[in-house]
Structures are given as C-alpha cells and as structure tokens.
Design a protein around this ligand. Structure first.
Ligand code: SF4
Length: 153
C-alpha cells in the first residue's frame, strides 16, 4: 500500500480522506474571498453545517489528505494547480493570512508565500469562463472536454 502523502490539499472535496472545513467563502461571485477559520473552528467535513441545497464546495474551502498520483492536478511530483494559481492569478492580499493548514499545505510547501497571497480568491467549484481562475483550473491538454463547472482541485 502506498505511503500516505504528508501534505494537505488546500482545495479538496468533502469526501476525501481527512476532509475538514478550514475556510468559509465570502465576497462576491466575481470577487470571492476565503475567510480562514481559527483552529478551534475547523470542523470535519462530515459534521459540516447544512448548506440548504447549495453545494458545500461553493460555501466552504475543504482541506484533505493530498491524493498525489490519484489526482488529475498532480504532475511531476508536484501540484500543477498550485503552480498555475501562482502563475496565473494576481495577489489579493499583501501579508500571509492566518491559515491552520499551512504546516502541511502542499501549495505553500511548493510555492511558498506567493500561493498564500493568491489563495483567498480560490473557490473549489467554479463556473468555467475566460477568467484567470477558470484558466488556472484547467489541466493542460484537457480543454477539449471542459465542462460548464470544474472542480478546482
Ligand atoms: S496556500 Fe497558504 S493560505 Fe492557502 S491553504 Fe495553503 S497555507 Fe493556507
């Protein structure tokens, strides 16, 4: 059996291993922002509040154990999504946010503070459009079958 990754995925799905809510989405559709939770407010995905029919990944940011090679974003031993977030999105803050998953976050481990300065605008489920976040979500070579909605993980 493969050794579990030591890293956390910062844009995870609620059904992933060790999934927990570490941020709440606020802001607007055009300019979403994540409010990072304090440690005592982080809750397991299974105990998440009822979102009243709204997809939980439109309301929260989940972290979970990185799936490495079982994730389409993993390439060359790294998270290609974290790299594209840094390369394709502008910073939206100028100081590191207080974020409980930083010690294990794969994006921070690989991209450093530049990932954190862009991270608050990341929404895991996004409508596909011609905007920087949609472009960052695309795995190179997969554009031909791009759906209307894409899971950003
Ligand atoms: S990139 Fe930075 S702010 Fe975002 S989840 Fe990772 S450690 Fe937290």
């Amino acid at each position: 059996m493969a050794t579990p990754s030591p890293y956390s995925c910062p844009s995870a799905q609620p059904d992933m291993h060790e999934a927990r809510i570490f941020g709440v989405l606020s802001g607007t559709v055009d300019a979403p922002r994540v409010a990072y939770l304090k440690q005592e407010a982080v809750i397991p995905a299974a105990a998440r509040p009822d979102t009243g029919g709204v997809n939980p990944i439109e309301a929260f940011r989940f972290a979970a154990r990185c799936e490495e090679g079982r994730c389409g974003q993993y390439a060359g031993g790294r998270c290609s999504l974290g790299q594209r977030v840094v390369e394709g999105l502008p910073p939206v803050i100028d100081a590191l946010p207080s974020c409980t998953i930083r010690p294990s976050c794969r994006w921070h481990a690989e991209q450093g503070r530049e990932a954190c300065l862009r991270c608050p605008q990341v929404v895991t489920l996004i409508p596909m459009g011609d905007d920087p976040l949609s472009r960052a979500a695309l795995v190179p070579g997969s554009a031909a079958d791009s759906p209307q909605l894409r899971d950003l993980r």
